[in-house]
Write a protein that binds this ligand. Structure first.
Ligand code: DC
Length: 225
């Protein structure tokens, strides 16, 4: 068995508090935070703007070859990480509910996963990262030393997401948001390549019954154990 890498992976469905928790764990350990979802979002935006037919494998791969991504650390403690897509700051654009659905859609494409998995493994080569996503413990970093899978009831997750969106001034239709969350869970779990699932050796935490601080603390204790 190859040696474990000094990497923390945090996977789970949308709205479980992964980003906030990942940022805090990374900060406490002085590791780099890697938001893999932001990368799928940026690629979704690129493919949309280039009007690529997602069934046209050659066009898809040619477009992916032009993608350069640069992740910026969050400006404030509670902000998302920033993303520069080919010299353009797309940090805000990629965070809308529409971009969430589009990211989920393009993330099922093998060519997209191949490209981003490779980029993520390059970023993690030296270790000391906290990687957040859907397949970071199963596919991207199977040799990570510490793996977590966060989960919570879809309604809890919808309320958390609604609060975040309202805080940014967006209006929210709760029923529609819940339907989107359930659809995205289903699509992320049902795809044939690197579906959302718990790594065998991941510790599962239900974030619906704990505060963000409690979850972060439990994870840091498990890491230091
Ligand atoms: O974590 P997020 O909501 O920003 O992710 C957006 C979409 O990207 C998510 O619905 C599925 C996809 N994704 C993925 O397939 N694999 C990852 N490691 C991270 C995200």
């Amino acid at each position: 068995m190859s040696p474990k890498q000094k990497i923390v992976t945090i996977d789970g469905p949308s709205g479980v508090g992964k980003s906030t928790i990942s940022r805090r764990v990374a900060q406490a350990l002085s590791f780099t935070y890697l938001d893999t979802g932001a990368m799928y979002r940026a690629v979704g935006l690129k493919l949309k703007e280039a009007a690529i037919d997602l069934d046209d494998e050659a066009a898809l791969r040619a477009c992916l070859d032009t993608v350069r991504l640069h992740l910026l650390p969050a400006a404030e403690e509670n902000d998302d990480v920033g993303v520069i897509l080919n010299d353009r700051d797309v940090s805000q654009e990629i965070r809308s509910p529409e971009m969430s659905m589009l990211a989920s859609r393009v993330s099922a494409l093998p060519a997209v996963r191949e490209k981003l998995t490779h980029m993520q493994q390059e970023i993690g080569r030296k270790g000391e990262i906290v990687a957040e996503g859907r397949d970071t413990g199963t596919v991207v970093f199977p040799q990570a030393a510490w793996k977590f899978y966060l989960d919570a009831d879809p309604k809890e997750r919808m309320h958390r997401r609604a609060k975040q969106l309202r805080a940014t001034g967006e209006s929210v239709d709760e029923e529609e948001l819940l339907a989107m969350i359930i659809k995205r869970d289903h699509d992320d779990q049902a795809r044939s390549v690197a579906p959302l699932c718990k790594a065998e050796d991941a510790l599962v935490i239900d974030t619906g019954v704990l505060t963000i601080e409690e979850v972060t603390q439990a994870m840091l204790e498990a890491i230091q154990r």
